[in-house]
Write a protein that binds this ligand. Structure first.
Ligand code: B16
Ligand code: MG
Length: 216
Protein backbone atom coordinates (compact mmCIF):
# COMPACT_ATOMS: atom_id res chain seq x y z
CA UNK A 1 0.00 0.00 0.00
CA UNK A 2 1.20 3.52 -0.81
CA UNK A 3 1.31 5.80 2.21
CA UNK A 4 2.42 9.42 2.65
CA UNK A 5 5.55 9.92 4.75
CA UNK A 6 5.82 13.63 5.62
CA UNK A 7 9.03 15.02 7.08
CA UNK A 8 9.54 18.25 8.98
CA UNK A 9 12.90 19.85 8.09
CA UNK A 10 14.62 21.61 10.97
CA UNK A 11 15.26 19.19 13.83
CA UNK A 12 14.24 16.16 11.77
CA UNK A 13 16.33 16.13 8.59
CA UNK A 14 18.95 18.75 9.49
CA UNK A 15 19.87 20.62 12.66
CA UNK A 16 19.48 24.19 11.43
CA UNK A 17 18.26 25.35 14.88
CA UNK A 18 21.88 26.23 15.75
CA UNK A 19 22.09 28.61 12.76
CA UNK A 20 18.67 30.13 13.49
CA UNK A 21 19.94 30.71 17.04
CA UNK A 22 23.10 32.53 15.94
CA UNK A 23 21.17 34.72 13.50
CA UNK A 24 18.46 35.61 16.05
CA UNK A 25 21.09 36.24 18.69
CA UNK A 26 22.61 38.96 16.49
CA UNK A 27 19.22 40.68 16.23
CA UNK A 28 18.61 40.28 19.98
CA UNK A 29 22.01 41.82 20.77
CA UNK A 30 21.17 44.88 18.66
CA UNK A 31 18.02 45.26 20.74
CA UNK A 32 19.84 44.60 24.05
CA UNK A 33 17.67 41.55 24.63
CA UNK A 34 19.17 38.57 26.44
CA UNK A 35 18.46 35.57 24.19
CA UNK A 36 19.56 32.14 25.45
CA UNK A 37 19.66 28.60 24.03
CA UNK A 38 16.67 27.86 26.25
CA UNK A 39 14.73 30.75 24.64
CA UNK A 40 15.63 29.31 21.23
CA UNK A 41 13.50 26.24 22.04
CA UNK A 42 10.45 28.52 21.86
CA UNK A 43 11.21 29.22 18.19
CA UNK A 44 11.32 25.62 16.95
CA UNK A 45 8.77 25.05 14.22
CA UNK A 46 7.59 28.65 14.56
CA UNK A 47 7.51 31.02 11.54
CA UNK A 48 10.10 33.76 11.07
CA UNK A 49 7.61 36.58 11.73
CA UNK A 50 6.26 34.93 14.88
CA UNK A 51 9.82 34.18 16.08
CA UNK A 52 10.68 37.91 15.99
CA UNK A 53 7.54 38.72 17.98
CA UNK A 54 8.53 36.13 20.61
CA UNK A 55 12.03 37.65 20.93
CA UNK A 56 10.62 41.18 21.21
CA UNK A 57 8.24 39.86 23.88
CA UNK A 58 11.15 38.32 25.83
CA UNK A 59 12.74 41.75 26.10
CA UNK A 60 9.44 43.59 26.41
CA UNK A 61 10.60 45.73 23.50
CA UNK A 62 8.34 47.40 20.95
CA UNK A 63 9.51 48.46 17.48
CA UNK A 64 7.84 49.91 14.36
CA UNK A 65 6.66 47.68 11.53
CA UNK A 66 9.42 49.16 9.33
CA UNK A 67 12.05 48.11 11.89
CA UNK A 68 10.50 44.64 12.12
CA UNK A 69 10.66 44.27 8.34
CA UNK A 70 14.32 45.33 8.33
CA UNK A 71 15.16 42.89 11.15
CA UNK A 72 13.44 40.00 9.38
CA UNK A 73 15.54 40.64 6.26
CA UNK A 74 18.70 41.03 8.32
CA UNK A 75 18.01 37.83 10.27
CA UNK A 76 17.45 35.84 7.10
CA UNK A 77 20.61 37.20 5.44
CA UNK A 78 22.63 36.22 8.50
CA UNK A 79 20.95 32.76 8.59
CA UNK A 80 21.64 32.19 4.87
CA UNK A 81 25.32 33.04 5.41
CA UNK A 82 25.56 29.93 7.62
CA UNK A 83 24.00 27.76 4.91
CA UNK A 84 26.57 28.64 2.24
CA UNK A 85 28.88 25.74 3.13
CA UNK A 86 26.10 23.29 3.93
CA UNK A 87 26.48 19.78 2.41
CA UNK A 88 25.27 16.18 2.91
CA UNK A 89 27.32 15.87 6.11
CA UNK A 90 24.62 17.96 7.85
CA UNK A 91 21.89 15.37 7.27
CA UNK A 92 21.04 13.98 10.70
CA UNK A 93 22.12 10.35 11.39
CA UNK A 94 19.77 7.64 10.10
CA UNK A 95 17.65 9.93 7.89
CA UNK A 96 19.16 8.88 4.57
CA UNK A 97 18.64 5.18 5.32
CA UNK A 98 14.92 5.77 5.94
CA UNK A 99 14.53 7.94 2.81
CA UNK A 100 16.20 5.21 0.73
CA UNK A 101 13.99 2.52 2.27
CA UNK A 102 10.82 4.52 1.54
CA UNK A 103 11.91 5.10 -2.07
CA UNK A 104 12.65 1.38 -2.50
CA UNK A 105 9.17 0.59 -1.16
CA UNK A 106 7.63 3.12 -3.57
CA UNK A 107 6.05 5.24 -0.81
CA UNK A 108 4.97 8.90 -1.09
CA UNK A 109 7.60 11.23 0.40
CA UNK A 110 6.87 14.86 1.29
CA UNK A 111 8.40 17.75 3.16
CA UNK A 112 6.15 19.72 5.53
CA UNK A 113 8.14 22.62 6.98
CA UNK A 114 7.55 26.16 8.28
CA UNK A 115 10.80 27.29 6.67
CA UNK A 116 10.89 29.50 3.58
CA UNK A 117 14.43 28.24 2.95
CA UNK A 118 13.53 24.57 2.66
CA UNK A 119 14.32 24.02 -1.03
CA UNK A 120 17.90 25.38 -0.99
CA UNK A 121 18.60 23.31 2.14
CA UNK A 122 17.37 20.09 0.46
CA UNK A 123 19.39 20.97 -2.65
CA UNK A 124 22.59 21.69 -0.71
CA UNK A 125 22.34 18.47 1.28
CA UNK A 126 21.71 16.53 -1.95
CA UNK A 127 18.36 14.97 -0.99
CA UNK A 128 15.90 17.11 -2.99
CA UNK A 129 15.25 14.26 -5.46
CA UNK A 130 13.85 12.00 -2.71
CA UNK A 131 10.85 14.30 -2.24
CA UNK A 132 7.77 13.89 -4.42
CA UNK A 133 6.17 16.95 -2.84
CA UNK A 134 7.46 19.99 -0.93
CA UNK A 135 5.16 22.14 1.18
CA UNK A 136 7.00 24.88 3.07
CA UNK A 137 6.58 28.33 4.61
CA UNK A 138 5.97 29.81 1.16
CA UNK A 139 2.89 27.64 0.59
CA UNK A 140 0.87 27.92 3.79
CA UNK A 141 -0.96 30.68 5.59
CA UNK A 142 -1.60 28.93 8.91
CA UNK A 143 1.30 27.90 11.12
CA UNK A 144 1.54 24.60 13.05
CA UNK A 145 -0.36 23.44 15.18
CA UNK A 146 -2.74 24.21 12.31
CA UNK A 147 -2.59 21.05 10.15
CA UNK A 148 -2.61 22.99 6.83
CA UNK A 149 1.02 22.17 5.91
CA UNK A 150 0.55 18.40 6.38
CA UNK A 151 -2.93 18.23 4.85
CA UNK A 152 -1.62 20.06 1.78
CA UNK A 153 1.29 17.60 1.49
CA UNK A 154 -1.04 14.57 1.68
CA UNK A 155 -3.44 16.17 -0.80
CA UNK A 156 -0.63 16.83 -3.31
CA UNK A 157 0.47 13.20 -2.95
CA UNK A 158 -3.16 12.21 -3.45
CA UNK A 159 -3.10 10.13 -0.27
CA UNK A 160 -5.70 10.16 2.50
CA UNK A 161 -4.58 11.88 5.76
CA UNK A 162 -5.41 8.64 7.60
CA UNK A 163 -2.74 6.93 5.49
CA UNK A 164 -0.15 9.58 6.29
CA UNK A 165 2.73 9.54 8.76
CA UNK A 166 4.44 12.71 10.05
CA UNK A 167 7.98 12.93 11.48
CA UNK A 168 8.26 15.99 13.73
CA UNK A 169 10.52 17.43 16.44
CA UNK A 170 8.23 20.22 17.69
CA UNK A 171 5.21 19.98 19.97
CA UNK A 172 3.19 22.21 17.62
CA UNK A 173 4.06 19.91 14.71
CA UNK A 174 2.96 16.79 16.62
CA UNK A 175 -0.31 18.53 17.50
CA UNK A 176 -0.80 19.49 13.83
CA UNK A 177 -0.30 15.86 12.75
CA UNK A 178 -2.74 14.64 15.42
CA UNK A 179 -5.37 17.21 14.40
CA UNK A 180 -4.97 16.02 10.79
CA UNK A 181 -5.59 12.45 12.06
CA UNK A 182 -2.22 11.34 10.74
CA UNK A 183 0.18 9.01 12.54
CA UNK A 184 2.56 11.28 14.49
CA UNK A 185 6.16 10.23 15.04
CA UNK A 186 8.09 12.44 17.46
CA UNK A 187 11.84 12.80 16.97
CA UNK A 188 13.38 13.95 20.24
CA UNK A 189 12.68 13.79 23.95
CA UNK A 190 9.77 11.71 25.26
CA UNK A 191 9.07 14.23 28.04
CA UNK A 192 8.48 16.99 25.46
CA UNK A 193 6.83 15.01 22.63
CA UNK A 194 4.55 12.79 24.76
CA UNK A 195 1.49 13.63 22.59
CA UNK A 196 3.04 11.72 19.65
CA UNK A 197 1.82 8.23 18.67
CA UNK A 198 5.43 7.01 18.56
CA UNK A 199 8.63 8.64 19.85
CA UNK A 200 12.26 8.04 18.89
CA UNK A 201 15.34 9.86 20.10
CA UNK A 202 16.61 10.07 16.51
CA UNK A 203 16.35 8.23 13.19
CA UNK A 204 19.06 5.72 14.10
CA UNK A 205 16.54 4.28 16.59
CA UNK A 206 13.95 3.58 13.85
CA UNK A 207 14.09 -0.03 12.68
CA UNK A 208 13.22 -1.12 9.13
CA UNK A 209 10.47 -3.31 10.66
CA UNK A 210 8.77 -0.21 12.16
CA UNK A 211 8.56 1.44 8.73
CA UNK A 212 7.32 -1.84 7.17
CA UNK A 213 4.57 -2.05 9.80
CA UNK A 214 3.51 1.52 9.04
CA UNK A 215 3.31 0.68 5.34
CA UNK A 216 1.15 -2.33 6.26
P1 B16 B 1 12.78 30.39 7.86
P2 B16 B 1 10.71 23.48 10.51
C1 B16 B 1 11.23 26.02 11.08
O1 B16 B 1 11.54 24.87 10.39
C2 B16 B 1 12.23 26.22 12.21
O2 B16 B 1 12.10 25.18 13.18
C3 B16 B 1 11.96 27.53 12.90
O3 B16 B 1 12.89 27.75 13.93
C4 B16 B 1 12.05 28.66 11.86
O4 B16 B 1 11.76 29.92 12.45
C5 B16 B 1 11.05 28.37 10.73
O5 B16 B 1 11.34 27.11 10.17
C6 B16 B 1 11.08 29.43 9.65
O6 B16 B 1 12.30 29.34 8.97
O7 B16 B 1 13.22 31.63 8.57
O8 B16 B 1 13.88 29.65 7.17
O9 B16 B 1 11.60 30.64 6.95
O10 B16 B 1 11.07 22.90 11.83
O11 B16 B 1 9.24 23.79 10.35
O12 B16 B 1 11.27 22.69 9.35
MG1 MG C 1 11.20 21.19 13.23
Amino acid sequence: MKKAFIFDLDGVIVDTAKYHFLAWQKIAQELNINFTHEDNELLKGVSRVRSLDIILGLGNVQVSQADKDRMLIEKNEEYLSYLVDMDESEILPGVLKILKLLKEKNQGIALGSASKNARPILEKTGILSYFDVIVDGNDVTNAKPDPEVFLKAAQLLNIDPKNSIVFEDSVAGIQAANIAEMVSVGIGEETILHEADHIFKDFTQIETSFIEELIG
